[in-house]
Ligand binder design. Structure first.
Ligand code: ADP
Ligand code: MG
Length: 554
């Protein structure tokens, strides 16, 4: 049975026309996408002379019968959409029926193909003209050979800027296709040499190893989230490795590579505190979305896609990345190490910090006496003393202080309850309330009292502005474990409350507040890092500064 139909004119016009074959790399992309659409799981790409003499793509997909193989070369011949209704549910990569038609017009094309049941066939087109068809012997699947590209349109040659640039472009496209299709086995042969391959085992650690290299796959951080019917999967290369360009932030929607400024920025922002300025992460984000919520027809090469709820999605991605990185890395932010490029890593905070100064911990304070000299970038408080220059990250310090406060308070649940004169309406969903009511008895022990959907009493130590955070954390834990695990709750709550209620970066604080901050930090059990492990205070000794100015040689 014939699978390919010619689209009606109106439908064809609904689809933005695009130039599909402006250069060899775009041909590679189209041919490989066709193989993926044909459900191939092994795809071999061979390139000679950056594709100018020969591009060959071999797949083990569904193949075509003779009738389809002939039709495949015609403009707007596609097996993928037949009606307007289909257009809103596209799940294939191609659907315009333009690629093969356009390629055969500017090259010599041989297509060999075989379905499970039909005999193999070969169809040849040269420069837009049908040459012949005959029987062919091959396994199920398709081989497309494109030779002498642009032989009949010499003007096109000018688009090929340089061999190396084109080769890089082909490798980029290969990387994206491979990262988009972790279950497909890819091989890229360039001038007879196997240049890159993946194993198609649906394993991102392995895939990132094959695409980027072993050191990139090491410490790979992953997360999976579902939000409003969108599945988000992230594969984050450790921030210890970074790039100077955004190119290696790869976004995929339904296994289609896309460009999207907002979401790319969200990834960068998620990595923000872990990377130095002007450095970009290497990350792969896969989104799975109902095709009806997408408009894939925005850009002729389908790289740009309109997403609904884009801001919300961006926010979610940023938060997920932050959370995942904070959990997994206890690394000192690169920013610092990179700026000064220490020879023997002695700038790593724990080492160059205060341990050595606090010779006898009882007598000398953990945080030394220092003179406040200013604020840098609205966030970092600068101090000096005879030993050197100190930076305190206002936000991180405040987080540490609040964390220890709450950790202690939560550790000794007092019996004193604060009755709220005006009942409080917490920001909780119906589902949350079900959970709260189910555990009301247990919550009473922690001095929380409820009446219907109102809070009428809470522990004395809980500030009014922090009630919502606390209740949301409690609900989250109850819904996950069905019980209150005090040790865990204590840590989670302390972290969350401290993080969410601390001074935000860029908030202007008064001198009085600064003094209080240093005093409180000094009183902390562990003043050197925030609850997520980032440093609160960093020191540059006189020696460090002199070395940076090359006044001393180390
Ligand atoms: P589109 O992919 O937009 O449908 P193309 O010109 O790329 O248009 O391909 C035309 C048709 O040829 C496809 O719809 C598909 O049915 C068939 N086809 C092309 N390449 C392959 C392949 N490798 N395996 C099976 N069918 C293919
Ligand atoms: Mg196609």
């Amino acid at each position: 049975m014939t699978k390919i139909l010619k689209m009606d004119e109106r439908l064809a016009n609904m689809i933005a026309a695009g130039e599909v074959v402006e250069r060899p790399s775009s041909i590679v992309k189209e041919l490989v996408e066709n193989a993926i659409d044909a459900d191939a799981n092994v795809i071999r790409i061979e390139i000679f002379d950056v594709g100018m003499t020969k591009i060959q793509v071999t797949d083990n997909g569904s193949g075509m019968n003779l009738e389809d193989a002939l039709l495949a070369f015609e403009r707007h011949a596609t097996s993928k959409i037949k009606t307007e209704y289909d257009l809103s549910r596209i799940h294939t990569l191609g659907f315009r029926g333009e690629a093969l038609a356009a390629i055969q017009a500017v090259a010599k094309v041989t297509l060999k193909t075989k379905t499970e049941t039909d005999d193999g066939v070969q169809v040849i087109y040269h420069g837009g003209h049908f040459v012949n068809h005959e029987k062919a012997t091959l396994n199920r699947g398709t081989v497309v050979i494109v030779e002498d590209l642009f032989y009949n349109t010499p003007a096109r040659f000018k688009y090929i800027k340089s061999e190396q640039a084109e080769k890089n472009q082909i490798i980029d496209i290969f990387d994206r296709l491979a990262l988009a299709n972790p279950a497909v086995r890819f091989q890229l042969w360039i001038d007879g040499k196997l240049t890159k391959e993946t194993f198609g085992q649906n394993d991102f650690q392995q895939l990132i190893d094959q695409i980027y290299g072993t050191s990139f796959a090491k410490d790979l951080i992953t997360f999976k989230e579902r939000m409003q019917n969108i599945d988000i999967e992230g594969y984050l290369v450790s921030p210890k490795i970074s790039r100077t360009r955004k190119k290696d932030i790869s976004l995929f929607v339904n296994q289609r590579y896309i460009r999207n400024y907002r979401l790319t920025q969200a990834v960068i922002d998620g990595y923000h505190s872990f990377l130095m300025v002007n450095k970009y992460p290497i990350a792969v984000i896969h989104l799975t979305i109902d095709p009806q919520l997408l408009d894939v027809n925005v850009h002729p090469q389908k790289l740009e896609i309109k997403l609904m709820n884009e801001s919300l999605l961006a926010f979610q991605i940023e938060q997920e990345i932050k959370r995942a990185l904070e959990q997994k890395t206890h690394a000192i932010p690169e920013r610092f190490q990179d700026i000064y490029r220490p020879k023997e890593e002695q700038y790593v905070v724990q080492q160059f910090l205060f341990e050595s100064e606090a010779e006898s911990p009882e007598t000398s304070p953990k945080i030394p006496d220092m003179e406040f000299i200013g604020i840098f970038s609205g966030t970092y408080l600068l101090f000096q003393n005879e030993k050197g220059l100190y930076f305190i990250d206002q936000h991180a310090a405040e987080e540490r202080i609040r964390y220890e406060y709450y950790y202690e308070k939560l550790g000794q649940p007092q019996k004193s309850q604060r009755h709220l004169l005006i009942p409080y309406h917490p920001e909780l969903t119906k589902m949350d309330w079900l959970i709260i009511h189910k555990h009301e008895e247990q919550l009473k022990e922690y001095q929380f009292a409820f009446k219907n959907e109102q809070l009428i009493g809470c522990p004395v130590w809980l500030r009014e502005t922090e009630i919502d955070i606390a209740l949301q954390d409690i609900v989250e834990q109850l819904s996950e474990t069905n019980t209150i695990d005090l040790a865990k709750l204590r840590d989670a709550l302390a972290k969350d409350i401290s993080c969410k209620s601390s001074i935000r970066a860029n908030h202007r604080i008064s001198l009085l507040e600064i003094q209080q901050l240093v005093k409180d930090l000094r009183a902390c059990k562990n003043p050197y890092t925030c609850p997520h492990g980032r440093p609160t205070i960093i020191k540059l000794s006189h020696y460090d500064v002199e070395r940076m100015f090359k006044r001393v040689v180390s």
